[in-house]
Design a binder for this molecule. Structure first.
Ligand SMILES: [Zn+2]
Length: 398
């Protein structure tokens, strides 16, 4: 999985497997097999991976079988109300389950329908997608369906906080931490990354809370509205996207925040006693998805500010500055959490930001990344899958 953070030349997506990082390695193998039942007590053996797929009944009476409540939705880290289109998709799935007389079942990464029900649902959702007139509706339907399936497939299987299977929950090892209140992350996440075990964007709100690091799901109107309303109020001068903007000059953290114009803006914000919170959008999707996500951000920026110019910054240093003491980073240095670490580290180096302990906050993200890496490794071993020399080497230099 390649992420778009760095300014130095990016590898093409196809080369990602050649430079296989631990994250993409775990993901590709783990995704391949149907999931086991949670707590089936047999997950230590490799036979667990041959256990039948999970069945989910949305039409049941019990709360865990019903539609998604606000509490459940927020439990996963979301901040919006339960999206209307997600609820509609779940209702449609429920009706289809009744009509087709085939139980809904999930495998794979949490959102993959399986069996007879999948065949029926495929026909139905394709027809619905085709019938939708404009591309905006199509995108919203795509996002809602992805998210609905992931929600249902992950229910009672994944820990809501860390998005790992409950047997592998890492929450007790992650200590929440305060982030400097003068900045806010927006984790702009592709629906296909939602509830992924190896997603690293989730670590940010797990550590800092949803007010400091807020999830915004691509294509979910309720989420995007919250984000853009905040940006509208903040003003364009306090919003940046971490992405190399090819159509305009991308500035480094140093260039953006050291220059006189920024400094004088900060002074006048302080005089007016405004909060002056700096908003940073982290695009949390694979390299191939991130182009569409960035395009959408630009379109929305144009609607809000009337200009097709979303301020972009990119990290100048890559991973080397964050890993002064280590010969190599132990995790995918292009992952979303690593981008947050990079940004905090680069801001720390600027005098104006040097007193906010951003280096300590960056360290806590780094620690959480290591915990996640260990949890994914332990899971892999528990499932009876091998850890190759290459992966072991990567783990050893943590
Ligand atoms: Zn957990």
């Amino acid at each position: 999985m390649l992420r778009p953070w760095r300014t130095f030349p990016l590898r093409c997506p196809s080369s990602a497997t050649a430079h296989c990082t631990f994250f993409c390695f775990v993901e590709s193998r783990m995704d391949a097999k149907a999931r086991t039942f949670p707590g089936d007590g047999n997950t230590l053996s490799s036979s667990a991976s041959r256990a039948p797929p999970r069945q989910v009944h949305v039409s049941g009476e019990a709360a865990e079988d019903g539609p998604i409540s606000l509490q459940e939705w927020r439990g996963w880290g979301c901040v919006s109300p339960v999206p209307t289109m997600v609820t509609e998709v779940i209702e449609d799935l429920k009706l289809l389950e009744e009509d087709a007389d085939a139980p809904m079942s999930f495998g794979g990464t949490g959102g993959k329908l399986q069996g007879e029900f999948k065949v029926e649902e495929d026909k139905k959702h394709r027809a619905k997608y085709q019938a939708l007139g404009d591309s905006e509706k199509k995108l919203q339907f795509f996002a809602a369906r992805q998210i609905a399936c992931r929600l249902l497939g992950s229910r009672n299987y994944l820990c809501q906080k860390c998005w790992l299977p409950m047997d592998d929950c890492m929450c007790s090892k992650v200590l929440p931490c305060s982030m400097w209140h003068g900045m806010r992350f927006w984790v702009y996440m592709h629906p296909k990354d939602f509830l992924r075990q190896n997603n690293t964007g989730k670590l940010l709100w797990q550590l800092f809370g949803v007010e400091a690091a807020t999830l915004c799901l691509f294509g979910i109107a309720e989420d995007e509205e919250i984000m853009w309303n905040t940006f509208r109020l903040a003003g364009k001068s306090k919003v940046w996207c971490l992405y190399p903007n090819k159509s305009a000059l991308t500035e480094s953290v140093q260039e953006t925040f050291s220059r006189a114009k920024f400094q004088s803006q900060r002074a006048s914000i302080a005089e007016r006693n405004e909060d002056g919170i700096l908003n940073f959008v982290l695009i949390d999707g694979t390299w191939s998805n991130s182009a569409a996500m960035f395009r959408r951000l630009k379109e929305q920026a144009k609607m809000v500010w009337g200009e097709d110019d979303l301020p972009c910054i990119s990290l100048a240093t890559g991973a080397s500055a964050m890993h002064k003491l280590r010969p190599q980073p132990s995790w995918d240095r292009t992952c979303t959490a690593a981008a947050a670490i990079g940004l905090m580290s680069e801001l720390q180096a600027i005098t104006e930001f040097s007193s906010y302990s951003l280096d300590k906050q960056a360290e806590s993200v780094e620690y959480a990344l290591q915990v996640l890496l260990e949890a994914l490794t332990a899971r892999r071993l528990r499932m009876g899958r091998s850890i190759t020399r290459k992966v072991r080497h990567t783990i050893n230099i943590c």
